[in-house]
Ligand binder design. Sequence first.
Ligand SMILES: Nc1ncnc2c1ncn2[C@@H]1O[C@H](COP(=O)(O)OP(=O)(O)OP(=O)(O)O)[C@@H](O)[C@H]1O
Ligand SMILES: [Mg+2]
Length: 358
Amino acid sequence: MSTVQIRDARKFYGAHPVLHGVDIDIADGEFVILVGPSGCGKSTLLRMVAGLESITGGTISIDGRVVNGLEPKDRDIAMVFQNYALYPQMTVAQNMGFALELAGTAKDEIKRKVDYAAGILGLEPLLQRKPAQLSGGQRQRVAMGRAIVRDPKVFLFDEPLSNLDAKLRVKMRAEIKALHQRLKTTIVYVTHDQIEAMTMADKIVVMQGGQIEQIGTPLDLYDHPKNMFVAGFLGSPAMNFLEGVVVGHEDSACLDLGDAGRVPLAGRVRQAAGKRVIVGIRPEAIAIADTGGIPAEVLVVEPTGSETHLAVRLGGQEIVVVLRSRVSLAAGERVCLSLETASFHVFDSDTGERLQDG
Ligand SMILES: Nc1ncnc2c1ncn2[C@@H]1O[C@H](COP(=O)(O)OP(=O)(O)OP(=O)(O)O)[C@@H](O)[C@H]1O
Ligand SMILES: [Mg+2]
């Protein structure tokens, strides 16, 4: 069993507040990813769990035991950093076994554990190399191996893939996920890459400005974002936001987009007519209409191979459309768009909070 419970965790650096009371429950074996913009406090929180940073207020418990006062070495946690922090003069095997050596583990036991981790990570042929003789991805694997040999209760990862090129990141992403499925150890993983979060996490914690915006499964957050921040943070290209005024009531309600006309909001919103709202529409929930639709002007056409991304102007507002097909369109052309109204997200234009139940 290795659960992590974070209760009202607060952090001040001097007089400067960085975390404003954070609550997270992490179940045994769960893969939890903290995401959020730069400076929102992800690393600080992770380092507080590791014991590398003091806790100004609240409690952090591992397996039900409050660890606030415990030294990092007594928390049974292994952390993998962005820069790997390998010892350059040591071989891969020595790097992986070093923590065990310091702990006074017997030599044959160290060898057994290093061989086990090397087997899992495909590092056997590289055990006698020095870090300088390895690729970025291999170094990353050694850093993970060093964590695995300690057989910790919890793994903490702080942006472990951010130094790798795009292709290697995708590969390592899959490797870390496979590693988790194999070891079933609790993982808390920090990234600001929302695709990493969507693809790897059991549960995502979206943070902003030292606070939690929302916690949920990746698809739950994608389909039911609680506010415009979460809606705009997850998804690439990002969700479009159109501003308009609600006209009519209940089943006859429409969103008046001004010049661009009206789109039906039937059943999507319980708001009085006249209210200004923001409707969020994912780029993939928009298509080119065969008949009818809302007129728009094409601004940019970006073929990615498998998809075509269009930037279009609709009324006075600019949005992005993702088409799963190839189209012969050019900037300046006029198109008509159909919007999948069933997948609209409706937000309060003052608070940014979601105005729907589901
Ligand atoms: N040792 C420190 N002393 C004072 N302020 C700090 C210290 N470490 C971090 N901060 C501040 O605390 C805030 C949170 O920093 P933190 O490193 O946790 O952000 P982050 O979410 O990990 O960002 P990034 O995505 O850029 O890594 C930032 O405003 C940062 O400037
Ligand atoms: Mg950080």
